[in-house]
Design a protein around this ligand. Structure first.
Ligand SMILES: [Fe+2]
Length: 443
């Protein structure tokens, strides 16, 4: 057998269609070798969300972020073009821009005082006459990330110059970004402010979690109690359907019935809000047609864009990028997306819902992180207890978005891990019997 295995020599995935069994080897969360391979096989080739055009609307606006362990400046140049630069002085490596955001025509390096235009050209080389012979200014322009493309104002980058274009990469997931982008008649914007937090756990635990509707009710009890106390109608629960969108992307559709401020009115919001939301719905319908309007207004959804982007279009509209830092460490950056020109009251309700549920100090995120970190500690025992199970609904999975399955089935998670395994060159066993560790097989 060739390909990447667990350090124990076991396969990384069991995908047994006959038995309806799908398992992930816990070494996938703990092994340095797997982590390194992920960086090379996934993060060097996949399209990764860097930001949203609304964050850098004026020439000179910039944000600095770390993506795939690279420090990046996302910047709109004085020429109006959006670019992504490696945030390192081409001269000697110092961090060029040390602020998280701002507006600049010129970036100034603190180390030797070289300066660079926001379009990338080196602007001044201090005491340039000291260089002779082979010194060429053009060797010292800022280094751009090889690929940058926007889809509906979502700015993605890719470190692979030969990768397929973004729309091809997104495939069916593009339609799900449309569902977000079409919510505002005057466009969408990232609400000012970023939530940045970390968890001592592998990044894939967060990716699984956002499309895992088997955990929502048992783990997030306190949130549902809180919702009931506010008078929200939670009788519809979180039922719905999970979908494999292809290319490792997936979505879960559901009707949560609590607090989504797009177009579903709740009596506690008052009559005036009812009229506003009816008008908003009519506007959305006029722009995108009745079918898409139904998807946008009547359904909530969580979206996973492979490998590390999730969007929760439920209590608010939360865009979340999960950054692997080490096998047992992730950083999460998240923003709230909202229609431009949203009335103040609706905006504050949206932000309240965002912070209450998905914020790092909200009802859901601390619960989830507690589970991630406990799991990660246990993954130190991956040689003794090797497998995590994702077999629910194996024989009932939806392969097309029109096919209904239960959202607490795990076809969407299997889709993620199948893409992961294919890109990683990971060993997949298609028979559960031969793959199980000896003590489990003996039972
Ligand atoms: Fe959760």
């Amino acid at each position: 057998m060739s390909g990447l295995s667990a350090p124990s020599g076991q396969p990384l995935i069991i995908d047994d269609a006959e038995a309806g069994v799908f398992r992930v080897n816990r070494a996938a969360y703990a092994s340095e070798e797997v982590f390194e391979r992920e960086q090379r096989a996934l993060y060097d080739h996949c399209w990764l969300l860097l930001g949203h055009e609304s964050e850098i609307s004026r020439p000179g606006d910039f944000k600095t972020r770390t993506i795939a362990l690279r420090p990046i400046i996302l910047c709109r140049g004085d020429d109006g073009r959006v670019r992504a630069f490696i945030n390192s002085c081409p001269h000697r490596g110092a961090e060029l821009c040390r602020e998280t955001e701002g507006n600049r025509s010129i970036f100034h390096c603190m180390y030797h005082s070289w300066t660079f235009r926001n379009t990338g050209e080196v602007h001044t080389v201090r005491a340039e006459e000291g260089y002779t012979g082979g010194f060429r200014r053009e060797d010292f322009h800022l280094k751009q990330v090889p690929r940058l493309e926007s889809y509906r104002e979502f700015v993605f980058i890719c470190f692979d110059p030969d990768a397929p274009d973004l729309v091809t990469y997104l495939g069916n997931a593009a339609r799900y970004l449309d569902y977000l982008a079409d919510q505002g008649g005057d466009g969408m914007e990232i609400v000012e402010g970023t939530q940045l937090y970390a968890a001592r756990a592998n990044w894939k635990l967060q990716m699984e979690n956002v499309i895992d509707f088997y955990h929502t009710v048992p783990l997030h009890t306190s949130y549902f109690r809180f919702l009931e106390s506010t008078g929200a109608d939670i009788s519809s629960g979180v039922g719905g359907a999970g979908y494999d969108l292809g290319n490792g992307h997936s979505a879960v559709h559901f009707k949560a019935g609590w607090g989504r401020p797009v177009a579903r009115w709740e009596p506690r919001w008052g009559e005036a809000e009812k009229h506003r939301l009816e008008a908003l719905r009519a506007d959305i319908e006029a722009r995108v047609g009745p079918q898409r309007a139904e998807m946008i207004c009547d359904w909530d959804r969580n979206i996973l864009v492979f490998p590390n982007l999730t969007v929760a279009d439920v209590v608010a509209l939360v865009v979340r990028v999960v950054n692997p830092i080490a096998p047992g460490m992730m950083e999460i950056t998240q923003w709230c997306l909202a229609p431009k020109g949203e009335p103040e009251e609706a905006r504050s309700r949206r932000l309240h819902a965002f912070n209450t549920f998905l914020g790092p100090g909200g009802f859901a995120t601390p619960d989830d992180i507690e589970v991630f970190e406990g799991s990660q500690r246990a993954f130190g025992a991956h040689r003794e207890l090797a497998w995590s199970d994702f077999s629910r609904g194996y024989h009932g999975e939806a392969t097309r978005p029109e096919t209904e399955v239960r959202s607490d089935y795990e076809g969407q998670t299997r889709a993620f891990y199948r893409e992961w395994a294919a890109r990683m060159g990971a060993i997949v066993s298609h028979r559960v019997d031969g793959a199980l560790p000896r003590e489990a097989a003996a039972e």
